[in-house]
Ligand binder design. Structure first.
Ligand SMILES: [Zn+2]
Length: 217
């Protein structure tokens, strides 16, 4: 009991420090209580201070969210890891250091096609939309970092191709976005394979069929 109290006190202290810490110049925080831009987990990204972005980053997500909502009805963006408060890297990412990187969860729907309001996992990561037979598998047979394996074929959710397509296209159209990492089989489904802004992160990087990674200029 005593240990739990200490842990709670530590978490609360971290929250207070991070919420009131002065921002480095040119940085802002992704919002933790916003109807349109929601953290994949308040605990993982807000309490642990993994929501720092370059100034203007919030606005990039807001513009993309509006595009999705205009076309498909209420649809908040679920943001995941961005950068930490300082410029050193954010474990376990290979980039995510200077505020230019934002991970965003894919949109999902039920097997019957009903849109889900958030990803079907606690963190927002790991709800993979794996390649179908015949689709690109450039990393076949290779172990990739933090890969928890394909989900069961009989799962109750799927990626929502329509909303994900609108999201990626809105980001492509935004001059503030430098590139977007999307797994090749999903880029292909969206008809975006080979687009100069849509890139494959490579087999040494984590899978990008549960989230997209946005690099800002
Ligand atoms: Zn990323």
């Amino acid at each position: 009991m005593k240990r739990i109290a200490w842990i709670l006190a530590g978490v609360l202290t971290a929250m207070l420090i991070l919420a009131h810490a002065p921002l480095s110049p040119g940085r802002e925080r992704l919002p933790c209580a916003d109807r349109d831009l929601r953290p994949g987990s308040f605990w993982l990204y807000c309490v642990l201070g993994r929501n720092y972005v370059q100034e203007g980053g919030v606005d990039v997500l807001r513009a993309a969210q509006r595009s999705v909502e205009d076309q498909h009805g209420v649809a908040s963006i679920t943001w995941l890891d961005a950068s930490g408060p300082w410029t050193d890297g954010l474990w376990p990412h290979r980039s995510h250091s200077d505020g230019r990187q934002i991970d965003v969860a894919l949109y999902y729907e039920t097997a019957e096609g009903q849109p889900l309001m958030r990803p079907p996992t606690f963190s927002g990561y790991f709800a993979y939309e794996p390649p179908e037979p015949g689709e690109q598998t450039p990393c076949a047979g290779r172990r990739r970092p933090a890969d928890f394996g394909d989900p069961a074929a009989g799962r109750s959710w799927r990626w929502d191709e329509a909303r994900n397509g609108t999201l990626v296209r809105a980001l492509i159209a935004d001059d503030r976005v430098r590139r977007i990492f999307v797994e090749p089989h999903l880029a292909n489904r969206l008809g975006l394979n080979g687009h100069p802004k849509v890139r494959f992160a490579g087999c040494a990087a984590a899978r990008h069929d549960d989230h997209i990674h946005i690099d800002l200029h």
